[in-house]
Design a protein around this ligand. Structure first.
Ligand SMILES: [Zn+2]
Length: 292
């Protein structure tokens, strides 16, 4: 039986058929940090003064919009020097091959996901997502816990937070802007679709659950002034952008030091609710169909 938490290909079909519906004009979040993703998947650009850093490259079908967004901000995609990936699922590396071809950038991936690409590429979810023509890439650089990636005026500290995938990373970086130097941070993956019972049973990745909880603990005490999301729902990117447009002189809605812990508490509660639900079910029941 398939858990309701698993990937729902029907819900994503629209991204393949009509990606243009999900376009958002790119915008500055704070200082030299910009949003270049779409309404579903985040992609972030940092202008380091000595080249660009891009974090995640969205779906294969939305990569043309990503390239256009970088140009619209006044940057040349050819100047990307580093492409970081929060984790190795297809919706975060869809434009990587194209952008590497355009720029010659170095690609970075968490160690666990580099192993996954080599040994268990099915866990990149390309086939499960209906993108069977699309392949994982070979990363140029491997990210390990505590690594610091430095380019121009920017240093990005990497913290491994496996669970959603074996190589999921979180990162933290200082950004200079009109309110001084603030810390932007992102948890790189907390989706339950790869940690729910039916997925774990099928793919045998039962270690993911304890890994995930340890990862949440590891980053809980980080100071984060600007919480970023690799899916826009995590930090309400779209709503905040609308607020900024409506209130150009107003407070920056991305600057909120309480949001980080609030989000981590939320994902932990969701995770625990899922585990409780599974424990309460009779063996073999489907969560979606089970009637009580
Ligand atoms: Zn994912």
């Amino acid at each position: 039986m398939i858990s309701k938490y698993e990937f729902n290909i029907k819900a994503r079909e629209d991204f393949y058929r009509r990606p243009e519906k999900y376009r958002i004009p790119p915008f500055r979040i704070y200082g030299n940090l910009y949003f270049v993703g779409n309404k579903s998947v985040g992609s972030h650009l940092i202008d380091t003064g000595e080249g660009l850093i891009l974090i995640d490259t969205t779906y294969p079908s939305t990569s043309a919009m990503l390239v256009q967004s970088i140009w619209e901000l006044g940057f040349n995609p050819g100047n990307i020097r580093c492409i970081l990936h929060t984790h190795g699922h297809f919706d975060h590396f869809g434009g990587t091959a194209l952008l590497k071809e355009l720029s010659g950038a170095q690609t970075y991936l968490g160690e666990g996901d580099a192993v996954m690409f080599r040994e268990r590429p099915e866990l990149a979810l390309t086939e499960a997502s209906g993108c069977q023509y699309f392949e994982p890439f070979v990363p140029d650089r491997i990210m390990k816990d505590g690594d610091v990636i430095v380019l121009g005026n920017t240093s990005i500290r990497i913290v491994t937070t496996p669970g959603h995938s074996d190589g999921t990373i979180s990162f933290f970086t200082e950004i200079e802007g009109d309110r001084g130097r603030l810390i932007a941070g992102m948890h790189g993956g907390a989706g339950l679709n790869t940690m729910c019972g039916s997925f774990v049973e099928r793919y045998g990745n039962s270690h993911c659950r304890s890994d995930f909880l340890k990862g949440l603990e590891k980053v809980y005490d980080e100071r984060v002034d600007i919480m970023l999301g690799n899916h826009t729902g995590h930090n309400r990117t779209v709503e905040k952008r609308q607020f900024m447009e409506a209130h150009p002189e107003g407070p920056n809605p991305f600057v909120d030091r309480s949001e980080w812990r609030g989000y981590l508490d939320f994902v932990r509660n969701r995770f625990e609710a899922m585990v409780r639900e599974e424990e309460e079910m009779d063996v073999g029941d489907c969560i979606v169909c089970a009637k009580r």
